[in-house]
Design a protein around this ligand. Structure first.
Ligand code: S3P
Length: 436
């Protein structure tokens, strides 16, 4: 499939204008989950209507939670009628998580502590992704989960039951795994504690605090007192910085560009992409707004600027794990060789992101070297069009589309539909910014 509107005529046209960044994907999942488990009606404003989030929404609808899409005073809302921790009904069919690792991992925790049977499956990519990381700690809590490949891959069959609380040291910094355990803990009498080996996004913790769930963070220890009840809330979800990242890089590399990105969530566990781009010499201005639902928010202005190479490793690599594909595009334009290290997780995301970006950028004429846990990319300015494979990975599709802006004919991306996983409307927004 080609992106016709983005080919050829787009070459080096400056990108100018303002973009309202759509809702944060991670926060939308958590907002739906906590609202369904609260008591009463929560209204969620600014939610992300993407395929991944629709999977979480449909999962709760299949467990007889009423979720309505409404529009009040021009604002799209989700109205969720929460029935408390024990208010879910056994789903009649398997729960299809599609491409969404967050849906599958968070739901596996939550469903383990329910009193009914459920099955979680997903698309071809999700059925290959590692689930042992959630199954192992949940089994320590007494969960009965079985799955393919000796219980390590989906479909997962869960015989929900009363669990016992645990104190668990996470072997890897993962927001999905920590959230799976915390959600299982939320449904379990007593105190469940997760120790983090390093920081990962903290939206679950912030959402717990917002709903006044008994939750404490002390250093690396995160504890939840489960089994209680909490009340519905009105939630306002900020824009997703991982979606803003495509415009931050596009604006930085296309000469003459100036883009305003409105309503971007700036949770410190997510701002690694700003840190990296600023180290590379990007011109990004931050205009803070008031916080929303316990999450800081700002407008960002990005202007074209020459970029220079950098090194991304350790916790900074974890902080930009979702922005790796588009940061590879920035690296490909920067002066010098940019090195990414400590990103072994990139191999088990929606696709093997190291291989997919390496193949795509090589096709554009870049010199690069892959490592087991990263990549080294030598920047250059003379890019050529290529045809690239996404393996259905939304972030590869968007990154290679942005890279195509600076080629003669644009890139031919084999799957543009997968962009709807996280960012419906991306291609339209990008084409609206191109100044003729
Ligand atoms: C997410 C956590 C991260 C991230 C993913 C969304 C979340 O995954 O890459 O896109 O919403 O909890 P890990 O938990 O595997 O690091």
């Amino acid at each position: 499939m080609t992106a016709p509107r983005l080919s050829g005529q787009f070459k080096a046209k400056p990108l100018r204008g303002a973009v309202l960044i759509p809702g944060d994907k991670s926060i939308t999942h958590r907002a739906i989950i906590l609202s369904a488990l609260a008591k009463g009606r929560s209204r969620i404003q600014g939610y992300l209507p993407s395929e991944d989030c629709e999977r979480t929404l449909a999962a709760f609808q299949s467990m007889r939670i009423s979720i309505q899409k409404t529009n009040k005073s021009g604002k799209d809302l989700l109205e969720v009628e929460g029935k408390g921790l024990k208010g879910l009904t056994e789903p009649e069919d398997v729960i299809d998580c599609g491409n969404s690792g967050t849906t599958m991992r968070l739901m596996s925790g939550l469903l383990s502590g329910q009193s009914f049977f459920s099955v979680l499956t997903g698309d071809q990519s999700l059925r290959k992704r590692p689930m042992k990381r959630v199954i192992e700690p949940l089994r320590l809590m007494g969960a009965e989960i079985s799955g393919r490949a000796e219980g390590t891959q989906a479909p997962l069959a869960i015989s929900g039951k009363a669990l016992k609380p645990v104190a668990y040291h996470l072997p890897i910094a993962s927001a999905q795994v920590k959230s799976a355990i915390l959600l299982a803990g939320l449904c379990t009498e007593g105190r469940t504690t997760v120790y983090e080996p390093g920081p990962s996004r903290d939206h679950t913790e912030r959402m717990f605090e917002f709903f006044e769930v008994p939750f404490k963070k002390k250093g690396a220890a995160l504890s939840v007192e489960g089994g209680g009840s909490f009340q519905a809330r009105d939630i306002n979800i900020p824009g997703d910085i991982s979606s803003a990242a495509f415009f931050l890089v596009a604006g930085s590399i296309v000469p003459g560009s100036e883009i305003m990105l409105k309503n971007v969530g700036l949770n410190p566990s997510r701002t690694g992409v700003l840190e990296v781009l600023q180290k590379m010499g990007a011109d990004i201005q931050i205009q803070p707004l008031s916080s929303s639902t316990n999450e800081p928010v700002a407008d960002l202005i990005v202007r074209f600027a020459p970029l220079k190479a950098t090194l991304i490793e350790g916790p900074l690599m974890t902080a930009v794990i979702d922005e790796f594909p588009i940061l590879c595009v920035a690296a490909a334009r920067a002066e010098g060789t940019t090195v990414f290290r400590d990103g072994g997780e990139l191999r088990v995301k929606e696709s093997d992101r190291i291989e997919r970006m390496a193949e795509g950028l090589r096709g554009m004429g870049l010199d690069l070297e892959t490592h087991s846990d990263g990549i080294s990319i030598e920047g250059r300015a003379d890019w050529k069009s290529t045809a690239c494979k996404t393996d259905g990975d939304h972030r590869i599709a968007m990154s290679m589309t942005v890279a195509g802006l600076l080629t003669d004919g644009g890139n031919h991306v084999d799957d543009l539909k997968c962009i709807n996983t996280s960012f419906p409307g991306f291609l339209t927004l990008l084409s609206q910014l191109a100044v003729t």
